[in-house]
Design a protein around this ligand. Sequence first.
Ligand SMILES: C[S@@+](CC[C@H](N)C(=O)[O-])C[C@H]1O[C@@H](n2cnc3c(N)ncnc32)[C@H](O)[C@@H]1O
Length: 362
Amino acid sequence: MNTVFMHCRPGFEGEVCSEIAEHAARLNVSGYAKAKPSAACAEFVCTEAGGAERLMQRLMQRLRFAELIFPRQWARGSFVELPETDRISVILEHMADFPVCGSLWLEVVDTNDGKELSNFCKKFEGHLRKALLKAGKLVENADDKPRLLLTFKSGREVFLGLAESNNSAMWPMGIPRLKFPREAPSRSTLKLEDAWHHFIPRDQWDDRLHSDMTGVDLGAAPGGWTWQLVNRGMLVIAIDNGPMAESLMDTGLVQHLMADGFTFKPKQPVDWMVCDIVEKPARNAAMLEEWIGEGHCREAVVNLKLPMKQRYAEVRRLLDRIADGFKARGIQVEIGCKQLYHDREEVTCHLRRLDVKKPKSR
Ligand SMILES: C[S@@+](CC[C@H](N)C(=O)[O-])C[C@H]1O[C@@H](n2cnc3c(N)ncnc32)[C@H](O)[C@@H]1O
């Protein structure tokens, strides 16, 4: 039980290592991070003799999963080698010291090899579940108990781990199964929906995303993100020199302005600003700080593209700069940042001003 295993987007293993190593150092957890390039996973191995489990617990308790930027999923545990037959007995043997678990997820890493193992997992899951229930190691749907997470690297090797269901990914492998809405003008519509699932608790959607609200979409064309705002009934100002989908304009809820997203400001404050402009991340981050800081919007989702090498260091630097900016202004803002499943070489930031009341109804 001495390793934290994390899933990530293939190619971002180094970012996961830098991020977890920084947190571990801050929390005084000794160990080292390691990953293979393009493996879609990374590990943090605790090195303190005897104290590994206690340290793991502390790492898990002090660090909320939702605050991590690059890991999609995590679990504490260890790798187990499996025989070709009767894998279940070996898994049960290794679970001698495990607590009773409240749910079971079988996962694979997000690579082609991983995908090939999915069918095996589907077949294996029923048998394993039955055996765990019989052995008293699993009870169904008990959220107060840890989740048992098995990540198969192959049919012969599995990471056997635990994570609290309220402090780990909301979906197996951290991948939300979102259905592309056929009426939306572009696939990137799913990025904004993914962001809402991640940053806004589902039971708050009706209060924070509703038809009395207004929004601005910077870099809106053809309108995938605008579609999400309109789908919640909002009036939207869409800023882009490119054309917006006619179907969206026909809703009567969208005003399309051909203007520069970096200079446009709304005459009245709006509830939401979203921005998907492909630009230097420092420029998008500065714009985000200005919109929230000057009170042009109360809540925002902005994509930061990451074409550089030191991607974790760059994101950290920008987030710190944004936080310092709000401190200097003396305003309270909730800041979140995640590489979502639908993000590519980018991360999504979510900001929410906490010290202003809802400004107006439209
Ligand atoms: C990735 S696309 C946006 C896709 C959109 N979010 C969707 O879901 O359909 C980026 C858009 O930003 C626009 N853009 C680039 N620079 C801009 C600027 N300075 N001001 C406004 N729009 C800009 C481009 O014309 C392009 O349509």
